[in-house]
Design a protein around this ligand. Sequence first.
Ligand code: MG
Ligand code: MG
Length: 262
Amino acid sequence: MSKIYYKSAEEIELIRESAMLVAKTHGEVAKVIAPGIKTIELDKLAETFIRDNGGIPAFLNYGGFPYSLCISLNDQVVHGFPGNHVLKDGDLVSVDCGVILNKYYGDSAFTFAIGEVSDEVKKLMRVTRECLNLGIEKAVVGNRIGDIGYAVQEHAEKNGFGVVKELVGHGVGLKLHEKPEVPNYGRRGSGIKLEEGMVIAIEPMINAGRAGVKFWDDGWTVSTVDKKASAHYEHTVAIKKGKADILSSFEYVDNVLKEKNN
Ligand code: MG
Ligand code: MG
């Protein structure tokens, strides 16, 4: 799709249904993610849950990607492969999930701490999630795409973290990746105008250290050049007047994690 596809109100509701299935899938992952579990087990659980709920895992076979989830550990930024890695205390795990439901796509990512992580990693998680929220605050009619990127970049860099530039957010809905690109950096007031009917995935990828990343020979995995940790949170968002409409949700995962920590 070379042009921005503006969605009708009905289409936005269908995208919300898909994005909510993604949200619930993250909740299912949250229930079992813990030291001792293999990341491939999370992938299988997610695939089963998505299919049981009438959806199709959107990442599976997308451009040849072989799994339902992208699971990126520690210094991996995005697009990691689930596998036989056994999670251990101190791991940082970003889980990205996409679903097709009734032909519409939802996309959302969440980063989990396994057991006790370092203070630096805790701060990285908090700041990255704040970056996402600050970006979403700018996703309103009348702003421009650069306002989102500026908000994300400013907050990350103010906290001493690096913003990944090689990968960006995107339009989403009829396809997994549509126009426009949604960079996590930019200048205020630059780029295309945000208008009603646009649905975008905002997804800051923030590194504890330097911004640079490297691309692995597997054709997918992206990791930090300095081997420091990276975090990733993503929501599917509809542009509205006054306040963005967040179509995905962290409510399920947050509730599960709250329960687990009590
Ligand atoms: Mg995603
Ligand atoms: Mg995305």
